[in-house]
Design a protein around this ligand. Structure first.
Ligand code: ADP
Ligand code: MG
Length: 262
């Protein structure tokens, strides 16, 4: 059974069809990569799922819950976590404090200033940091960390509300190839252990082919292919649009043609 069901979702900005009649599903524990050229609609689709942008048409359901029309916070509380393209941590706070704040926020505790919250949830925060391999750096300030370590902290923050679905916008941007694969291996382990569905955008085809179970391809707002990385790689339209000359052409007549291998 699918955890996330996206059906006929569209978003228009004036005359621009940023996302045009897109449908796909995602199962618990599955890692789905979303790829497409610049301007394809990836961020718009992402932001409709997390509630930052309201879809004009269609349906986005997490289990039985319709997400369209809910606030970002409401969607987060239903179990949708996210990480950002640029790591989002409070740089002057320590690693463990960043995670404690996320836990407090999830529990909706009101706190005046951090000092009073210092002891709260430290144990749970450390447990989350253990899972992302950052417990030994728990008391360092985030601004002292390497970029890839900040991404791990961000992952611990995203896990603080025990998400069923994790949205990752270009998780490996700005990283060297070794760090990339480490982060994706960690993500895979968390997805498996916690049965989390992961939807991520990615520019590096190496990352997609090495770490995604399935992929969907957007071009000019349309979903032009979906399936296993191997199947999508062989898709003629995808080759033309994405791996070919780099010139996006012939898409006006393109229909959303699946190459699902199921
Ligand atoms: P991607 O993330 O794949 O690069 P986007 O979702 O950012 O693509 O953009 C898809 C299309 O929608 C682009 O043509 C972009 O210019 C347009 N677009 C995105 N956001 C807005 C906005 N807030 N207002 C107007 N046009 C937008
Ligand atoms: Mg984008």
């Amino acid at each position: 059974m699918s955890l996330l069901i996206v059906e006929h979702v569209s978003k228009f900005f004036g005359g621009v069809r940023a996302v045009d009649d897109v449908s796909f599903e995602l199962k618990a524990g599955e890692m789905l990569a979303l790829i497409g050229p610049n301007g394809a609609g990836k961020s718009t689709l992402f932001n409709m799922i997390n509630g930052q942008i309201r879809a004009d048409q269609g349906s986005i359901r997490l289990l039985k819950n319709e997400l369209i029309g809910r606030s970002t916070r409401g969607i987060w509380r239903l179990g949708v976590g996210r990480t950002f393209q640029i790591a989002h941590t409070f740089s002057s706070l320590t690693v463990v404090e960043n995670v404690q704040i996320a836990l407090l926020s999830h529990e909706r505790k009101v706190f005046g200033f951090l000092r009073s919250a210092a002891g709260l949830y430290r144990g749970r925060a450390l447990a989350l940091l253990e899972q992302v391999g950052m417990v030994d750096q728990a008391d360092r300030a985030c601004h002292e960390l390497a970029y890839s370590d900040n991404k791990r902290v961000e992952l611990a923050i995203a896990l603080s509300n025990d998400p069923a679905l994790l949205l990752m916008d270009e998780p490996t941007a700005g990283m060297a190839s070794r760090e990339r694969s480490d982060l994706m291996i960690l993500t895979r382990r968390l997805a498996t252990e916690r049965n989390i569905a992961v939807l991520f955008t990615e520019h590096s085809m190496d990352v997609v082919f090495a770490h995604a179970d399935r992929m969907i391809v957007l071009a000019r707002g349309r979903l032009i292919a979906q399936g296993s990385p191997e199947a999508v790689r062989e898709n003629a339209l995808v080759r033309e649009v994405y791996f070919g000359s780099g010139v996006v052409s012939g898409l006006k007549s393109a229909t959303a043609r699946g190459v699902s291998d199921e």
